[in-house]
Design a protein around this ligand. Sequence first.
Ligand code: S3P
Length: 165
Amino acid sequence: MLIFLIGFMGAGKSYIARNLSPILKYDFIDMDKHIEENEGMSISQIFELKGEHYFRQLEHNFLIQLNPNQNLIISTGGGVPCFYNNMDIMNEKGLTIYLNRSKKIVLERLLKGQQKRPLIQGMTLIELEKFYDERLALREIYYKQSKLEVDDKIPEEIAELISSL
Ligand code: S3P
């Protein structure tokens, strides 16, 4: 089965994927890292040199070519569910899980990890909070189409939930 971890930047999708992997005995792949390796550039460089539209197409192509007949956890980039019919593709190919983390945790992580995220580079905490509120309001419509939603659960709890399905 494919398991897609979905949610806002800083929700800990990569962390959860990495830690779910040995518990469920599934491989995992980080979409952003995969794209960076394929392109030989960081996400920030892709945005700067090729533009966001190009990046969104890479995300979409990645989903289209994914073989659903494998056990794999995929941590998606925060924007993935909101472009093209990506949410439908993910729901058709596997189990989508929305990591709906508390705002405080997300903002703390974003403040630390700003440099590698072109959409929020150089923002103050006040600007970040405004960005978060506005973006999440637009994006939740997509995130909420996930088959499962979890809050601040740890990987072991999420693994249990998946195993109980
Ligand atoms: C983005 C989220 C990032 C990355 C890119 C755009 C977004 O991934 O794909 O910077 O639009 O929310 P993370 O959610 O892993 O930070």
